[in-house]
Design a binder for this molecule. Structure first.
Ligand code: AMP
Length: 112
């Protein structure tokens, strides 16, 4: 059974600064923020990466995307934010548990 660092956060075994959670996902502050608002939207279910998303798990991803606006609103950045999904080590994915970076505010990286 997978037990990466996000599995451990989702299970409450290691601490994180949680800003939103429900039965399908947890959103918490990135420990090394790249912008003044940098939150990770993480499914409770272990899915290693977007490249391994099965059709049956598509609703999990849709749920994360759907909640992004509400999380951004809660963090005071309204309707101005960027979502990033690093997929695979060569694209910068370090934690092999699907997650969406929600970035906003000062220091927001520019588009590729
Ligand atoms: P990625 O490179 O897309 O896999 O992003 C992984 C992100 O997880 C990085 O931005 C890290 O700073 C962040 N991260 C790693 N460990 C933790 C942790 N314990 N709590 C919060 N964020 C973390």
């Amino acid at each position: 059974m997978a037990d990466d660092i996000f599995c451990q956060i989702v299970a409450g075994r290691i601490p994180a600064e949680i800003v939103y959670q429900d039965e399908n996902m947890v959103a918490f502050k990135d420990i090394h923020p790249k912008a003044s608002v940098h939150v990770l939207l993480v499914p409770r279910k272990h899915i290693p990466s977007l490249a391994e998303l099965k059709a049956e798990d598509a609703p999990v991803l849709a749920h994360l995307m759907q909640k992004a606006g509400a999380v951004a609103q809660k963090l005071g950045v309204g309707k101005n934010f960027k979502l990033v999904i690093n997929t695979g080590p060569e694209a910068g994915q370090v934690v092999m548990h699907l997650h969406i970076h929600l970035l906003a505010g000062k220091g927001l990286p520019q588009s590729p």
